[in-house]
Write a protein that binds this ligand. Sequence first.
Ligand code: AMP
Length: 617
Amino acid sequence: MSEPILFSDLALSEPVMRAIQKVGYEQPSPIQAAAIPVLLAGGDILGMAQTGTGKTAAFALPLLSRIDTKQADPQILVLAPTRELAIQVAEAFQKYASEIPGFHVLPIYGGQEMTTQLRQLKRGAHVVVGTPGRVMDHLRRGSLNLNNLKALVLDEADEMLRMGFIDDVEWILEHTPKTRQTALFSATMPKEIRNVCNNYLTDAKEIKIASSQSTDANIEQVYWMVSGTNKLDALTRILEVEPFDGMIIFVRTKTATVELAEKLEARGYSASALNGDMNQQLRERTIERLKTGKLDIVIATDVAARGIDVERVSHVVNYDIPYDSEAYVHRIGRTGRAGRSGKAILFVAPREKRLLYTIEKATKKPITLMELPSGATVTKHRIDQFTQQITNALQEQPDLSFFNDLLAEYSHSNDVSPEQIASALAFLLQRERPLQVKFTDVKPERSERRDRDDRGGRDRDDRGGRDRGPREDRPRRERNDENMDRYRIEVGRNHEARPGDIVGAIANEAGIESRFIGHIKLHDEFSTVDLPTGISKDILAKLKKVRVRNRPLEISLDTGPRGGDDFPGRGKPKRDFGPRDGAPREGGYRDGGRDKPRFNDRDNASKKSGYRPKKFD
Ligand code: AMP
């Protein structure tokens, strides 16, 4: 890797720099390093980048650096394919503008009360982030004034094309000042998008972040699709059963290195942060401790871990996915040193799937799906550790006569067998870290596995996007609306059905306008969908035969749980595809709430797994 570009090299405005410092970003991602100077200089860009590359900050940071808060009319317009992305982008702007006094950003999307939006627009916003349909509405009504627009960003342009918004996008482009600066981001470059670039971008700098990289053959590469449990819990489960020597865990921010190190330490692991805020001496000391085995786990950012060469690093965990394949290759190259074998584990949120495929393609190595250790596996592991402790204690041949006498006396006077006493003691010993572990949320997302297993060489453009909620511009009825009935359909996640497919099929075949189609909840083998009451038998008969992902819907009124289903309870799904639900489901740093493990011995088995039990005082 060449010398890193720093944020301080990029001439961003003071308040934006302070905000970056606050969120803890250490270094610009490749797309940011390439895009920021061009956008700061007022140029157009065509960025081929997907979610997870840091593309939002790549346009938000430079555009915010040039904002004039005294001008109340919108200066920046971002078009996004879905309301959920619009909200996310607006939130990102808010975050990066946290140090700009008086700054306003406004997300506008279909399904939201028009009157509220009109009022908010009247109040003024420096940045508007909207879905194409709703932005067009406002332009037509004259409620959105783009006369002073300085910059227009088309985010996820290929998604907008796929969702049929491209004409709207062009219409909006036609209705903005020709002097505007334009940035277009797209994960793929179909010819329609290329045409938009040719027609509406001026001397655009093309930025493509993809390079072919090779990885060492002696590194086993696996990924876990973030689902069903949060990342921290998943990590601790892996740490329990995975025999590792030294480990580097990569996260994106300096703050995250510290937070995660603290959480792992609280769980009994010998872990420490390594980030660019630490001075050289402290960093070197941390690496030295890792080298000599005084420390087992280092939680690092890319910058801080640059060039670490520690032979005993047997595992690399990509807790946060890297921005690109180059960073991935660099990260996993921290293991498998000096001819040893290594293992690289990658956490991938559903919306980051596309980045996983990019990495795989660039490294030309398959990354296989791993399942989280089950409760039974963790139990077995803990039992092994426990019995090993007993064996160790007996092998050490300490003088046990005092305890023998004590327990013999107890056994005699209380008339209980030695086994009963031993069981009671074992019970007491494991109370804080039970030997029998049950997880309720271990079920892996089978649909994800299938998605990967049969992907072959097919084009994945329509599958790799974020885990979306329903299409925008569709005001969903409330789930508990009395005018809605809940139906069950026999297609689900395992058949790769998505809410959009279901809405499309029902809307087309039953002639029900999509805005009257209520909440959709995907389960593995089936789904539920809320539809207006009073649907005729004829329509239902028709819908029974309608196919989604080549399976008939077999629609029926939902009557609650059936044998073998994963249905959580009659008519009240825990999660539904409401407006914000497609937002990333990363576990973040939620504390799993588990007790600190504490044993009074450091046995071999536990050492092998990197687990360092705390001593009783
Ligand atoms: P995006 O590709 O815009 O969806 O961003 C993906 C994630 O990367 C978001 O959670 C951002 O907060 C994070 N991110 C963006 N830029 C940086 C950076 N320079 N350093 C660390 N994290 C970043």
